[in-house]
Write a protein that binds this ligand. Structure first.
Ligand code: ADP
Ligand code: MG
Length: 266
């Protein structure tokens, strides 16, 4: 069974897509099988993975709107992860879904048949709490929330946490917060330290120890259609995402270890 992460934050420009592309590449570097699902009509994760969004035959739109078997829409990327691409067509799905039965769980339904093909499925959400994000949250086991350490970021976080709570109640009781990721991190800014302290207090070990620094290589890499790991593997940004993948896979093995230890004793 794959672990399914929705990478969500209704605020735009906080590093969701950057996290999806670079975390996918870094998990591949740790020998994990990864599928990245682009669920944003802007198609930034698609372009950032080196796939031209204007030339898609099939995309996540077809999977959501017509329940196309996902394998038909999935393409391979040069970075070693698979991609279910998206483009502006997906904005139609947002509207069409409203009329459909089981509209929140179309993605969850579609992913059942590929859930053994991958170790991780990472979903890049659009910058709003719309039906596409709701589909991602219903399909996911957990939510990874990238955020910048600014004052208003905390305000936005409570709307997201409310949505997560509603989805837990209505459709996906197992949904967890996987982790809060500090992006574009600048330790010299004193507000960053204050917000970081508050996040630590509230989320404890759900706050990733890894922080993603502001790094120009991370901003440049998408225009070459590459994760930073491929564009400049020695950059601080690439190294930070490798560290994040390490933190995530260590959590995975700690969880296995804990499950094992809590099993019946002879
Ligand atoms: P979102 O998907 O949340 O809208 P993006 O990942 O597209 O956010 O990031 C917004 C912009 O900031 C993009 O231009 C991206 O290249 C840039 N960016 C993201 N993370 C970083 C970082 N750590 N350092 C520098 N630039 C970044
Ligand atoms: Mg994005």
């Amino acid at each position: 069974m794959s672990k399914i992460f929705a990478v969500a934050n209704q605020k735009g420009g906080v590093g969701k897509t950057t996290t999806c592309v670079n975390l996918s590449a870094s998990l591949v570097a740790s020998k994990r099988r990864v599928l990245l699902i682009d669920l944003d009509p802007q198609g930034n994760a698609t372009m950032g993975s080196g796939v031209d969004k204007s030339e898609l035959q099939l995309s996540s739109y077809d999977v959501l709107a017509s329940l196309l078997p996902p394998r038909k829409a999935i393409v391979q990327t040069s970075s070693g992860y698979d991609l279910m691409p998206a483009n502006i067509d997906l904005s139609a799905a947002e509207v069409e879904l409203l009329e459909m039965d089981g509209r929140e769980s179309r993605l969850r339904q579609a992913l059942v048949e590929i859930s053994d093909d991958y170790d991780y499925i990472i979903i890049d959400c659009p910058p709003s709490l719309n039906m596409l994000t709701v589909n991602a949250l219903c399909a996911a086991g957990s939510v990874l929330i990238p955020m910048q350490c600014e004052y208003y970021a905390l305000e936005g976080l409570s709307a997201l946490i409310d949505t997560i709570t509603q989805i837990q109640k209505a459709a996906n009781p197992g949904l967890k917060i996987e982790g809060i990721l500090r992006t574009m991190y600048d330790p010299r800014n004193s507000l960053t330290g204050d917000v970081s302290d508050q996040l630590n207090e509230y989320f404890g070990d759900r706050l990733y120890r890894t922080c993603i620094p502001r790094n120009v290589r991370l901003a440049e890499a998408p225009s070459f259609g590459k994760p930073a790991l491929e564009y400049d593997r020695t950059s601080k940004g690439a190294i930070a995402y490798l560290a994040l993948a390490g933190e995530i896979t260590r959590r995975e093995s700690t969880a296995k270890h804990d499950n094992h230890n809590s099993g019946p004793r002879p």
